[in-house]
Ligand binder design. Sequence first.
Ligand code: FAD
Length: 472
Amino acid sequence: MNIVWLRRDLRLDDQPALAATAGRGTVVPVFVHAPEEEGEWAPGAAAQDWLGRSLAALADELTKRGSRLILRRGPSAKSLIELARESGAGAVFWNRLPEPAAAARDAAVEAELRAVGIEVQTFQAALLHEPDEPRTGQGGPYRVFTPYWRALERMGGPDEPLAEPAALPAPKRWPRSLKLGELGLKKRDGVDEHWQPGEAGARSRLAAFLEDALADYAEGRERPDRDGTSRLSPHLHWGEISARRLWHEVRRREDLSPRPGLTQGAEAYLRQLAWREFAHHLLAAYPATPTEPLRAQFARLEWQDDPGALAAWRAGRTGFPLVDAGMRQLAATGWMHNRVRMVAASLLVKDLLVPWTEGARWFWETLVDADLANNTLGWQWVAGCGADAAPFFRIFNPVLQGRKFDPAGDYVRRWLPELAGLTARWIHAPWEAPAAELTRAGVRLGENYPKPLVDRRAAQRRALAAYQRMKE
Ligand code: FAD
């Protein structure tokens, strides 16, 4: 009898822990809800909603195969030991979590299980490779993406994904389980409407992406007004599809194409997957970075304590349409396009001089794909304080970014209906529009849509001065 402890690997395909139980008797899959063990990085509201739906989807799939998903509450070690005693299991299998704090928790759980004679086997399943691979010539972690990417390429592709187990032998008597509702996971509007959490949802997203968007991904990925990206991030975060499977599906599709060789779209996509790897590589090497800048001097930057600005940013009421559209997309769907994440983050951190950690926390609470490694990398990249980050003095201009990447204004129109009547010429800078144009479009600045929260020129001067003082 074996227990498989599921966490952020909520799938049956390419599931090393589950696959390893083959030929070893019956299998009891369990999810232990233990947010207190995750401390300040326990899933936020949007992620909790996703998790609840993903667990329900996995339970359905297991039931279809004559198995079940057992739900328990933490502490994890105590719960697993109890479950092993109740079910007579002698071994617990799990896939390792790459984040340092989670890995430390798992090491403690492993020691407790072994101490009472329970066998433990663990596997790498979240990433393409182990988070501390590859190493530089000096044996350290990489801090710059391009050499890291080249080193990844030199390592060759990841292992082939594993097939779903042919059978999941069930115990004669199932141990007791909590009901999903008893875990107390938060609900949030929008998740159900815009997403299909679970393995089947991940597979259909992937199929649609390969068919409709991969070929054009190198350019399409920059356009928030198009469906140009895979939107697999929450599925990847919860392990509903493995990065390995994704990698091989993209490669296989390329091999089948009439012109073999990696197309620009596929190359660009694999690169983005490598950014996810890089984020984990950095977090493994610098575990304090979710709250502390990798470049220590940034701890001295004179941030502003500006609750009003932070509240306006969160609510999507800064008066900069691309940013506000992104923040409304986030509120409505739990996801925001990458280009807009960068622009919205830049406005908060540089124009408003609000600490990047405040933005990262808000994203953590509201993103369905909230991921400690990717979120930390994203925010430190924008703030200029991370590895291979955008220089602090390079400040995104939300108007130019809007005109370039949402040229017809469709993205803004979709998420800010109050601006929908404006033409492409004015939609990214309504304060520059002639009064007659605003009247025609029904826009009353300061009433149904805010005036810009800051004068960007003055704000940039302030940001650069703060940066200069920090350097001195
Ligand atoms: P695609 O373009 O289809 O990319 C495929 C996959 O590659 C993604 O699902 C993701 O896993 C990975 N990926 C793509 N871009 C990046 C990137 N820049 N960094 C790391 N991995 C990447 N991503 C998260 O998954 N969780 C977060 O909490 C998160 N927070 C972010 C915060 C900021 C400020 C910024 C600028 C970026 C953040 N990202 C985060 C990265 C990126 O925005 C999302 O991964 C991407 O938008 C997800 O959409 P997609 O699945 O359609 O991406």
